[in-house]
Design a protein. Structure first.
Length: 82
């Protein structure tokens, strides 16, 4: 089996991300296991080699939008309870 360089995997992972296909669909197209493709996505991201930090941060925050907290003033009743 031929060894594929990290740079080649980075290109594959980038093309996969741009394709919109699932790991299984894209892996079938390029002839690799979906687990291998997912592992390389994880590995390259952990090395900071897939997408820019800003792109990764934007993807992360777009999936989990931060909701603004509402704050109401603390009031006391005359009997001392909240």
């Amino acid at each position: 089996m031929e060894r594929i360089s990290r740079e080649a995997w980075a290109k594959r992972v980038e093309r996969w991300r741009e394709s919109g296909l699932t790991a299984a669909e894209y892996a079938a197209e390029i002839g690799v296991k979906p687990q291998t493709l997912s592992w390389w996505k994880w590995r390259l991201a952990s090395l900071g080699q897939v997408g820019s930090v800003a792109q990764r941060r934007q993807r992360r925050t777009s999936r989990n939008p931060v909701k603004a907290a509402t704050v109401s003033p603390l009031t006391f009743n005359l009997d001392g309870t909240l």
